[in-house]
Design a protein around this ligand. Structure first.
Ligand code: PNS
Length: 171
């Protein structure tokens, strides 16, 4: 059987436990899993692509068949350059479907050899998004069990001490 390479692309700004759950779930299904971080400064990410790659790299360092890279340009071109056949995307709720469906069909139009596989995270992560994680952290809310410690510490530093208007960390 041929070497099966899957790409899990996203902004991952920042990665949260829902993303990590998807990584855990798809890892036994492929020989190689590349987590592909979109490098797009136009989206004004909180963390640079180098920072996001570093954070995810730390979190998946114990998984030999998994690595992380940043990419720019078309996802299908990046996949071609890595010999990957499968795009993995998480589907949390029906509200994700339309956007994901459009992307899957556009990617198929651009390269009919690319297949998109949707994976469903654990229910307790179905409401989780990077946008909400940042908002809750900025306003001083509790993110226990929703992001790994490596993310929480960086988020707290970035949003509550380095960002004007963030809720200061209690001494
Ligand atoms: O985590 P996100 O922001 O929902 O991820 C979106 C991502 C990175 C998968 C998507 O924006 C993407 O693939 N961008 C690369 C540009 C591209 O290929 N666009 C056309 C495909 S629809």
């Amino acid at each position: 059987m041929s070497h099966r390479v899957a790409v899990y692309p996203g902004s991952f700004d920042p990665i949260h436990n829902g993303h990590l759950d998807i990584i855990e779930r798809c890892r036994p299904l492929y020989d190689e899993l590349i987590i592909a971080v979109l490098a797009n400064e136009a989206k004004k990410p909180l963390f640079s692509d180098a920072e996001r790659v570093e954070i995810i790299g730390e979190l998946v360092s114990g998984i030999p068949e998994c690595r992380v890279e940043s990419f720019s340009g078309l996802l299908v071109d990046y996949m071609e350059s890595r010999g990957a056949q499968v795009v993995v995307r998480g589907l949390r709720a029906v509200s994700d479907f339309e956007y994901e469906f459009q992307m899957a069909l556009m990617n198929r139009h651009l390269n009919p050899r690319v297949e998109t596989v949707f994976m469903v995270p654990r229910e307790e992560y179905s409401y989780l998004s990077s946008r909400l994680v940042k908002e809750v952290c900025r306003l001083g809310g509790n993110l226990d069990g929703l992001v790994p410690e490596a993310v929480l510490s960086r988020l707290t530093r970035r949003l509550r001490t380095e960002t004007p208007g963030g809720t200061p960390v209690q001494p």
